[in-house]
Design a protein around this ligand. Structure first.
Ligand code: 6GU
Length: 247
């Protein structure tokens, strides 16, 4: 996958992209992230990327010309086939399902907004999609772009060392993950659940599924709506809900 990122502060993103799993994925040629500085596409001598808002009021607004120029120059003919995603708190909320769908595409373009706003014509006539990473406001779209790239990249085959990892994932199954433990078996007096030391793989799988269901019921009951459950699983959850309500 190729990702073109348009930002005023590419240096803020480079270190994260080069580190760890994303860095290895890029070295392996599984994903190629190219950072483009919007300021390089300005034409005036002050390299202006923002201006005062029409209608007055405070704050500055990102100008449309450098952004249109940058995206059209970099994408060229490909612009018709590549999603141009504006990162904005006004976008649709990023989910596992959206990341999964984007991971199947050969190329993406991401626009990181800065300042108080971005000229509306960028939304209307340049962006094809708008994505937010949550209900809070950040100072720019760079962190959201990194979040999106990370969530997408780890779903591309070969990016994670362990091939089954994304399928086992919380959210992939529509559930939160079961608890994890590693050695030592007793740490400061706190013991690892006995079942995990039993070597009984069927029992372990059953325990993990139960923990996953109970944890989802407790923390994110909304996620259970879309989950397919066996009769046993339904009664487990019904029992747990009842116990929870009893004084
Ligand atoms: Cl995509 N951008 C900004 N500036 N703030 C956000 C966001 C995006 N998603 C959540 N908050």
């Amino acid at each position: 996958m190729h990702v073109d990122v348009f930002t005023l502060i590419p240096e803020s993103m480079q270190a994260y992209l080069d580190a760890s799993i994303l860095g290895k994925a890029q070295e392996a040629g599984l994903i190629n992230v190219e950072l483009h500085n919007i300021r390089d596409y300005t034409k005036d001598k002050h390299r202006t990327t923002d201006d005062v808002p029409y209608g007055g009021g405070g704050g500055m607004v990102m100008k449309p010309e450098p952004l249109f120029d940058a995206v059209h120059t970099v994408l060229g003919e490909a612009i018709a086939a590549v999603p141009v995603i504006l990162l904005t708190p006004q976008g649709r909320l990023l989910t596992h399902a959206i990341a999964h769908q984007l991971a199947s595409l050969p190329r993406l373009a991401l626009i990181c907004g800065r300042y108080e706003g971005i000229d509306e014509r960028v939304r209307q006539h340049l962006a094809t999609d708008e994505i937010s990473i949550g209900d809070y406001v950040l100072t720019g779209g760079e962190l959201p772009a990194l979040v999106l790239i990370d969530a997408v990249a780890r779903q591309i085959n070969g990016v994670l060392g362990d091939a089954g990892a994304t399928e086992r994932d919380s959210h992939a199954a529509g559930l939160l993950e079961h608890p994890h433990y590693t050695r030592p078996a007793t740490f400061q007096g706190w013991k690892v659940p006995e079942v995990l030391l039993s070597g009984d793989h069927a029992r372990i799988a059953r325990w993990r599924r139960e923990q996953s269901l109970l944890r989802t019921l407790q923390r994110r009951p909304d996620m259970l709506q879309g989950t397919e459950l066996t009769d046993d699983e339904r009664s487990l959850l019904a029992d747990a809900s009842r116990e929870d309500r009893e004084p």
